[in-house]
Write a protein that binds this ligand. Sequence first.
Ligand SMILES: Cc1cc2nc3c(=O)[nH]c(=O)nc-3n(C[C@H](O)[C@H](O)[C@H](O)COP(=O)(O)OP(=O)(O)OC[C@H]3O[C@@H](n4cnc5c(N)ncnc54)[C@H](O)[C@@H]3O)c2cc1C
Length: 246
Amino acid sequence: PTGGWVESGAVVEQIAKLCKDSGVQFYSGHMDQLYSEGSRVSGVLTTDGNVIPGNIVVVAAGAWTPTLLPWLTDLLSPTGQPVLHFLPENPDLFRADRFPPWNSDIASSGWYGFPALSDGRVKVAHHGRGVSVHPDSRGKVDVNHEIRAREFLEQSIPVLSQAPIVYRRICMYCDAFDGNFLIGHDPNREGLVVASGGSGHGFKFAPVLGEVIADAVEHHPNKWGARFSWREAGAPKTEEARYTGR
Ligand SMILES: Cc1cc2nc3c(=O)[nH]c(=O)nc-3n(C[C@H](O)[C@H](O)[C@H](O)COP(=O)(O)OP(=O)(O)OC[C@H]3O[C@@H](n4cnc5c(N)ncnc54)[C@H](O)[C@@H]3O)c2cc1C
C-alpha cells in the first residue's frame, strides 16, 4: 500500500510553530474587508475595527475567499461535502496496522475513508460534486446521503454498515472552476494576492505551496506558477479523481 494520512490540525500547529521559531509574526483577527489607500490594497480591516497593514495582502481564506472577495465568484465557489464518523463495535478491526486509508475507485464512486481515530471513530467521506453552500451556514448532512453510505458499506465493508453514526458534518471545499489552485496577483487590485482554490485536494500540497505562493508574491518564476496563475473563468473541469455523478 502507498496510502497515508496525517492529522491536519497537528500539521497546521507544527507549521505555525516552525514559522514562529523562524521569526514570522502572527496578528490574529477576523478580516472584514480589504483596506485600501487610493487604488492600492494596503492592508486588512478586521471586524473589531483594526487595520493590519501590509505591502502585499495574501488572502488564503479557503471556502470563505469568494465571500470576502466577491468579484471572484466566477473563479471560486464554496462546496459542502458530507463527512460521517461511524463507531464500530470493535474499533480494533479498523486500527491503522490492519486497516489502511482507502478509496473505492474514487472517480467512479466518490467513497473514501481512514483508519480509526484514537477514540475508535471511523471516518467515511465522499469526494463528489457536493452541494453549493455558504461556509457559515452549511446545513446538515442529507439523510439520503447516510442511506447511500450504508448501502455502499453493506457491499464493501459490511461490518461497518450497521454501526452507529456518531458524527456528521458538512465540510467545505473551495472549488476553482477548473480544479486547479488560484495563486497570483489580482490584475485589477494592486497589492492583492489570492492563494486559494484547494478544490478538495489542497491539504496534501501544504509542504510545497508556501514556495509557490512566495514566488507568486515576488514575481519569481516557479515550475507550477503558470498552471495556478490568474486566469479568466472558462469551461468547468475537475481533477480526475473527483466523482462527478449524481
Ligand atoms: C471533508 C474534506 C476532506 C478533505 N480531504 C483532503 C485530503 O484527503 N487531501 C487533501 O489534500 N485535501 C483534502 N481536503 C481539502 C483541504 O482540506 C483544503 O484544500 C485545504 O484545507 C485548503 O487550505 P486553505 O488554507 O486554502 O483553506 P482552509 O484550510 O479552509 O483555511 C482557511 C482559513 O481562513 C480562515 N478564515 C476564513 N474567513 C476568515 C476571515 N474573514 N478572517 C480571517 N480568517 C478567515 C478560516 O478560519 C480558515 O482557518 C479535504 C477537505 C474536506 C472538506
